[in-house]
Design a protein around this ligand. Structure first.
Ligand code: HEM
Length: 137
């Protein structure tokens, strides 16, 4: 499956590493997203390695990422506008770094994951503000 995805999309370890590094270089200088990451990420080298593993798993099904992104995003001070901005930067970077087929492949997956992370973050906000005994918001 991995070999088939690599052949079809032109994605491999080197391209995914370039994608992740170029994308987070943009994120870090973005006036809206940059400060949210700056406050929470102490070791960028470690984060970038983890994100290459994540994209290797998501795009090429290598199984290299073992983690739980949902709880890491559940408490972030974000709305859909932040995810939309994230996706805009990701799409622009993917179109520069990947083949057209590779860009389409990673963008589709990023959009799907962004929607589920957004839903989880909204549920976390709802859960915090809802009454514990009667459940009303
Ligand atoms: C509003 C947009 C986003 C913001 C502000 C954001 C922010 C962050 C932050 C601050 C971390 C580090 C958390 C920590 O270590 O405590 C993180 C980790 C991560 N993010 Fe995001 N993120 C966003 C969207 C996304 C999207 C769309 C994806 C996937 C397509 C994603 C995938 C990940 C992954 C895989 C991790 C690593 C989790 C781990 O340590 O295992 N993020 N993100």
């Amino acid at each position: 499956m991995t070999a088939e995805a690599m052949a079809r999309t032109g994605l491999d370890e080197a391209v995914l590493t370039d994608l992740v590094h170029a994308f987070y270089a943009r994120v870090r200088t973005d006036p809206v997203l940059g400060p949210i990451f700056a406050e929470r990420i102490g070791d960028w080298g470690w984060h970038l390695e983890r994100m290459v593993d994540f994209w290797s798993s998501v795009a090429l099904m290598t199984g290299r990422y073992h983690g739980a992104p949902v709880p890491k995003h559940a408490g972030l001070p974000v709305t859909w506008a932040h995810f939309d901005r994230w996706l805009t930067l990701f799409q622009a970077t993917a179109e520069e770094v990947c083949t057209p087929e590779g860009a389409k492949h990673v963008i589709e997956r990023a959009e799907r994951i962004a929607r589920s992370l957004h839903m989880a973050s909204q549920e976390a906000i709802g859960a915090r503000t809802r009454c514990r005994s009667c459940g009303r918001g």
